[in-house]
Design a protein around this ligand. Structure first.
Ligand code: SF4
Ligand code: SF4
Ligand code: SF4
Length: 299
């Protein structure tokens, strides 16, 4: 592909962009049309109205008027005429959109919306920081990272290479409960909290740290002054499904980058081809299944 369009030089980050343009981010369909996958960089799950208009414009002008939102929140514009690909890329680029989100690399970091009422804490800013540090990094196979704002896990953190779930540390004030109040018990999704003889108790092993009881308590007896992240690794979706193993119960923000960097390195060091002599390498879940989680995490 000619990197120059009329009056415009296509200057894009190297990793996963120019290298990947033809190979993965732009899927050739029969030589005449292409499917173009696009997203913001660093990866974002939020598109501005201006960006959506640019996507609409490209789809209507050069494609078939259709847009597909991928499971990891990339926008796929199908059936763009091959001869218009440079103009399409230019129109997207000026709106802050790049081809991307495919291939053997760290994919779009998937985060919950911060405005969800169930959110334990915002996750978009930290998701963007993780994306800035690791997004597009070349990996032995596809690598996914998801942030959930609470243990509900709408961003599917349990089936992701690295799944990160915001959790609340709930404390109990030294105070009795008013007669008849059961607000905390009503909202707890796992029946782990409620008053007994005028005092609230939490069944800690059963508690999933969602913080809903804190929001419901009218007396502020239940409190959450600290939030952190549960971290799971080795989950996946696809032809086979794997659930991640918990490697941290309450990581702080600054620890996340270190944990992710360490997991990426261990995967790179310990991966092998799926079949001897074949090029295709294992997903991280396969490496963990082969070695066991303890050996995977060992130095
Ligand atoms: S995981 Fe929690 S915070 Fe995120 S969208 Fe679902 S309910 Fe909302
Ligand atoms: S934090 Fe969530 S799971 Fe734990 S006791 Fe409160 S409502 Fe129940
Ligand atoms: S902890 Fe709060 S919500 Fe639960 S019973 Fe006591 S006062 Fe009510």
């Amino acid at each position: 592909m000619d990197e120059k369009a009329v009056g415009f030089t296509l200057e894009m980050p190297k990793v996963g962009i120019i290298r990947g343009v033809k190979a993965k981010d732009i899927e050739m369909v029969g030589g005449k049309v292409v499917n173009l996958r696009t997203c913001a960089r660093p990866y974002e799950n939020i598109y501005t109205v201006t960006q959506l208009r640019a996507i609409q414009g490209v789809s209507k002008k050069y494609g078939s008027g259709k847009v597909h939102l991928s499971p990891r929140h990339n926008m796929e514009i199908p059936e763009i005429k091959n001869k218009h690909i440079d103009e399409a890329l230019r129109d997207l680029y000026v709106a802050g959109l790049f081809p991307g989100g495919a291939g053997t690399s760290v994919r779009n970091v998937f985060t919950c919306p911060d405005w969800c009422a169930r959110s334990v804490r915002p996750v978009q800013a930290i998701g963007k920081m993780v994306s800035t540090n690791f997004g597009d990094r070349d990996m032995p196979n596809k690598f996914t990272i998801s942030f959930a704002g609470c243990p509900n896990g709408c961003s599917r953190p349990h089936n992701t290479d690295v799944g990160i779930i915001a959790v609340a540390k709930v404390t109990i004030a030294d105070q009795g409960c008013p007669d008849g109040c059961r607000e905390c018990a009503k909202v707890c999704p796992v029946q782990a909290v409620g008053p007994t003889e005028g005092r609230v108790k939490i069944n800690r092993p059963a508690c999933i740290a969602c913080g809903r009881c804190v929001k419901a308590c009218p007396e502020k007896i239940l409190r959450s002054e600290e939030t952190g992240f549960k971290v799971l690794i080795g989950g996946k979706e696809g032809a086979t499904v794997a659930f991640g193993a918990v490697i941290a119960e309450f990581a702080k923000d600054f620890e996340l980058l270190e944990i992710i960097e360490s997991v990426l390195r261990k995967y790179e060091q310990k991966v092998t081809p799926r079949l001897a002599g074949r090029k295709k390498k294992e997903r991280m879940s396969e490496v963990i299944e082969r070695l066991g989680i303890a050996a995977f995490l060992a130095d």
